[in-house]
Design a protein around this ligand. Sequence first.
Ligand SMILES: [Zn+2]
Length: 232
Amino acid sequence: MPGQFSLFPDCYTPLFCFQYPMGLIIRSSTIHAAGCYTTTPIAKGTRVVEYTGPLIDKEEADLRYENKPVTYLFGIGDGSRVIDGHGMAMFINHSCDANCETEEIDGRVWITAIRDIAAGEELCYDYCLYDGGDEEAPCNCGAKKCRGSMYSREELRRRKRLAEKEMRRHPPAKTRTEKPATKRKPASPKRLPPNATKTAKAAAEKMSKKRTLPVGGRGESHGNAKKSQKAQ
Ligand SMILES: [Zn+2]
């Protein structure tokens, strides 16, 4: 029965399997936790599923998810309002090489196929995260052109600029390390004629050792020494 939790014999995690009228199911994903898969082929350009959920102000969302590591917020318009995801689409994972994209049409957000998708494929789109505070959002999509982060390229550039600015304002304390002491090559034992006595050899070696400076470091340290997604 579509739209109800039920047991499906082909589900990887049968107790957590949800079927959608369009042939979408939720099951374990290699990208992250649970993902959304299609059981039927989807043609390029098809509106696959709507990103549904209550529409709330960004401030309210910030309060609601202040200390929550996972959010399903989708910013719309100028970003002052977000959809607090509570539907099938919230399970769609991010990929840097996605088969879907998001479209905002009249205040509603749709997940649309950007290429033909075969039955059994996991649906994914580029989250283009922004407004994530200090949190990292590493990407595990495994795509060849993975950018390593779920943040948008624009957001990554903004963060880099901010980090550089911060670095200029508060440069890290420098650790001045003195040039390490150069190890002096031990003096070679004086060459002795082949017929020299053991005593003479030992004396020469003793002298040689005396002239060898102790090696070791003189180096002394003078120590100053929540994210939101956005339609593309
Ligand atoms: Zn990636």
